[in-house]
Design a protein around this ligand. Sequence first.
Ligand code: PEP
Ligand code: MG
Length: 579
Amino acid sequence: MEIALRGIGVSPGIAIGPALNFGVRSLDVPKYQVKDKEAERQRFHRAVEAVRKELQDLYDRTSRGLGAHHADIFKAHQMLLDDVTLHQEFESRLESEGLNAEYIVDDLIVRYSKMLTTVDDPLFRERAQDFFDVGTRVLGHLLNTELDNLEHLERPCIIVAHDLSPSDTAKMDLANVLGIATDVSGPTSHTAILARAFQVPAVVGLKYVGAHTLPGDTMIIDGTRGYVFIRPDEETLRKFAAEREHDVVRRHSAMVAGLARPSSTLDGFEIPTMVNVELPVEITPELKTKAQGIGLYRTEYIFLNRSSLPTEEEQFAAYSSVAEIMKPAPAILRTLDIGGDKFVSHLQLAEEINPQLGWRAIRFCLERPDIFKAQLRAMLRASVHGNVQIMFPLISGVDELLRVKEVVREVCNDLERRGIAFDRQVKLGSMIEVPSAVAVADLLARECDFFSIGTNDLIQYSLAVDRVNEKIAHMYEPAHPAILRMIRQTARAARAAHIPCGICGEVAGDPLFTEVLIGLGVNSLSMSAVALPGVRAEVAKTRMSSAKQFARQLLGQTSVHTVRAMLNQRFKERQQSSE
Ligand code: PEP
Ligand code: MG
């Protein structure tokens, strides 16, 4: 029987294919007394040996495909597998309790992972994830159960999961992922952002998709409208297969037409349309022909899915290559924004109670000057290879920005002392994504060279709506009068201080908002590459004077619903008049 579910479409397009159920499987772990302890010990060692071979195989394949850095994680997992304390603990419990190997291993996984997640350092929490991964592999062998592996998929499939962490998503075998469907998450979660970047159709917040889907079930993902069909009947399948063909052609011609337009308004105001990137694979010479720069490089992805911190040299190579490719267009590099939802999410162990309000982004960097300075050095050194600009996430006030600038100064002095070249005029920008930063935008504007409004977080913090929680996703509303006012206030403060103000949150990629954002005084828009053609087409249809007037009209409204209705109506009229 066909099952249709409605969720939140977060990455457009249609995908049809067999399901692959991914996630922490609730492994049924039996508990019993063993008669032959030696036999149990042997069984444990055989499982460990099998995992060692598996990890070696993953290391070889990954370093061949993606390079040694990405494969490092499997070396680290091998080291965890050989951890002497764990082996000793296994031995002593087997000896004293006489319980079966899978029970002891499962218990060790739970205890050690929990212990590591309580340490006040995100790197330790990442280790908890590694420990969990390795332990679960051993458990899988003891129980003769096959475990999931998103890095190497045998055939094209649709990933069905309760949740996918950004790190799971970043390491997916993209050639074989047709679509994504998850029970939880929202439109501005980093998993959704990555799905858009990879142009993989995705629907999130489906609540029960995991429970309804069996491995291999045929599925349809409609990422544009937010529908998912499980075991569709013949007719639904025919309809969506035809629509998929049509969709591919339509999106291709829209892209060609959209990108052919200039990124300026009808009355000649230039509004650069730039791109947000997460992974080095997205930064191709072709990108330069599409985008007028990189408005946001989420550098934290260089730090995920690996066993050690990236070195300064490695970062320098990544940053200078993007600067080189994009020059003379800007490459805005954002310093490390770790934390929030960029943690291991499927581990489901206690992390911070409020990670979105916790130790993330600039707060983390200011307390880890070793990591922060290495990144700044790499960015500054890359600045001689193109138009590098550096921006700081989650700035909440002037003191914080001044502390950041002090660290930058120290790094500059150090480079100077050592005779290492960097651009002394490199522009430093503040993200505006915390309500307090909006309130003091006039003060922050005096202390930096540009603003970039991060609406993803600004909406979450202003409306108190967790951006990754599907239960309240309907309350996550960029059209809220409070958000429009905050954008205006920020843009005005920037203008008064003669600095530019861009937007790099997801709203910048929504054509429905293009005109009003321009009318509110925003100077540039940065979005996922897939959104560029649609937004560029809207910029080209805009006249500054009417955009300002429209923005004023919207600012005069009291209700979200009226603002939404007016945006929809205006958009419809603009489409009709351009036909
Ligand atoms: C934002 O918050 O709008 C933003 C662009 O940053 P991120 O989505 O990476 O938090
Ligand atoms: Mg943000």
